[in-house]
Design a protein around this ligand. Structure first.
Ligand code: SAH
Ligand code: SF4
Ligand code: F3S
Length: 479
């Protein structure tokens, strides 16, 4: 998910990128050359949580004598930080391992490790299935990497996929090699307790736990001191963030945490993802309203617009509840607050009428954008055990197409509303198409492109929007 948000999402996003913050393609960790003796190459797949974890892993490996390289041919150690959210996500990693084999043939001493959700799901069977793999490390076991690397150095294969109820890596200072120097992710919690019936995350990431609020604030403070202008607080369900000090004298919920981070600097934009419709409170919405620097944008995945399907999905809210939350957002934060969603087409037993309910919910909410997927059964999940994956692939794909077309309509309609208005844009860098243009995002997380004049990365610029496409706003800087 991220951090460069390209809103041509419909064409180039993969479903797994949607988790816990919008995301871009596979991340390759950048070069960090400090003269250390060995080189690590990390590629990250899936969601922002994984991209954020790769920064923690880089930090642990740096202490262990590894610089990072962006050139796999230079690497002594290759890590793939993997995603299991859909079958295709895992297939992508397996294909990549095939390619990495060519490098390993040229450089037999190169070690290959699988980290993240696929490591957790498949455990040591990965070593048997993929001969090239030397180590398999789950998302809660990264502190053990130095020992595991020693084992591999000693000629063995190594596995640690223990999940933890406490680990939050709170004290590890991530090396921000995935960042553009303007915006950064901060993990505020790990795991998920929700057990949505389609979802593999509770199995790959373990139980939900919240990180020490003060360590989060310290991390944000350090980022401000380094010149960062935006932080995104990350969790699978940020609204259930709840931290208490060990002596029980202090307790912080998500609205309070948001406020603590927002108060650090009025120049720091604060974003967060993902909000769960069952948990998002009016208190959070009022906190967003109170602080100009908390961005008015909420990723609120609905998954379906039909109450029976939502129940089968074990989402624990129904259509009316969801609509009530959207109404609260509009009432408290206004019509301009950005709202996005995730939608799954063709979940087990979904009828045509129920699919129509998803389309009508999209009409009601008028999402700015959505991440849209067809259902992919995941082994071990509640749905895989209890429900039949009975919607034929061509029906799933047709329903998904209808959802995508509906989203294109509403994205365009929402973007047209932005024309003629001045938007405060945080510049992230040159636009992809021209060095003369800059690209940044407005409060609602939409990409805005404009001619650069004297502006540069990290500036806040007022941009008068005069045109739009489905995924982008175009305008000119007004001084
Ligand atoms: N924690 C977030 C989402 C995590 S996964 C939330 O609760 O909303 C990101 C998205 O992937 C989900 O919102 C869902 O739309 C999609 N997804 C998860 N499992 C899937 C599956 N088995 N098949 C298709 N899409 C899936
Ligand atoms: Fe998966 Fe549901 Fe948890 Fe999101 S809230 S990570 S969809 S189980
Ligand atoms: Fe993220 Fe994929 Fe794991 S979406 S939590 S990397 S299964």
């Amino acid at each position: 998910m991220n951090p460069i948000l390209d809103l041509d999402f419909i064409d180039n996003r993969t479903p797994e990128q949607a988790t816990a913050a919008p995301s871009c393609d596979t991340h390759v960790t950048k070069e960090n050359n400090t003269g250390r003796s060995r080189k690590l190459y990390i590629e990250s797949y899936g969601c922002a949580m994984n991209f954020s974890d790769s920064e923690i892993v880089s930090s642990i490996m740096f202490e262990q004598g590894f610089d990072t390289t962006a050139d796999i041919a230079q690497a002594d150690l290759v890590f793939l930080n993997t995603c299991s959210i859909r079958e295709k996500a895992e297939q992508t990693v397996r294909n990549r391992l095939g390619q990495i084999n060519h490098f390993k043939k040229k450089k037999p001493a190169m070690m290959v490790g699988i980290l993240g959700c696929m490591a957790e799901r498949l455990k040591k069977s990965l070593l048997e299935e993929e001969k090239i793999v030397d180590l398999v490390v789950g998302p809660d076991a990264y502190r053990d990497l130095p020992n595991l690397i020693n084992e591999v150095d000693g000629g063995q294969k190594a596995v640690n996929v223990l999940l933890s109820r406490e680990e939050t890596y709170a004290d590890i200072n991530p090396i921000r090699l995935n960042s553009n120097g303007v915006s950064a992710f901060i993990s505020i919690m790990r795991g998920c307790d929700n057990m949505c019936s389609f979802c593999v995350v509770p199995f790959t990431r373990g139980r939900e736990r919240s990180r020490d609020a003060h360590s989060i604030v310290r991390e944000a403070e350090a980022l401000v001191a380094q010149g960062y202008k935006e932080v995104t607080l990350l969790g699978q369900n940020v609204d259930s963030y709840k931290w208490a000090s060990e002596d029980g004298t202090e307790s912080v919920n998500f609205a309070q945490l948001l406020e603590m981070v927002a108060l650090l600097s009025p120049d720091l934009r604060v974003r967060f993802s993902t909000s769960h419709p069952k948990d998002i409170t009016d208190e959070v919405l009022y906190t967003m309203k109170k602080y100009d620097n908390i961005c008015k944008y909420i990723h609120l995945p609905a998954q379906s617009g039909n109450s029976r399907v939502l129940e089968l999905m074990n989402r624990t809210y129904d259509r009316d509840w969801y609509i009530n939350r959207v109404d609260a957002i509009r009432a408290i934060l206004g019509e301009d607050c950005g709202i996005s969603s995730d939608m799954i087409a063709g979940f087990c037993t979904e009828t045509e009428e129920e699919h129509q309910d998803t389309l009508s919910l999209m009409d009601y909410v008028q999402y700015d954008y959505s991440y849209m997927f067809f259902y992919s059964e995941r082994p071990g999940t509640l749905a895989a055990r209890k429900l039949e994956d009975d919607i034929p692939l061509e029906v799933k794909k047709r329903r998904l197409d209808e959802i995508i077309n509906k989203q294109r309509e509403t994205s365009l309609a929402r973007n047209k509303r932005d024309i003629g208005k001045v938007h405060k844009v945080l510049v992230e860098g040159p636009s992809k198409k021209s060095e003369d243009q800059l690209s940044g995002r407005n409060d609602q997380n939409k990409v805005v492109i404009f001619y650069k004049k004297h502006y540069k990365k990290g500036d806040y610029v007022n941009v008068l929007v005069h045109d739009c496409s489905v995924g982008t706003l175009f305008g000119e800087a007004v001084d």
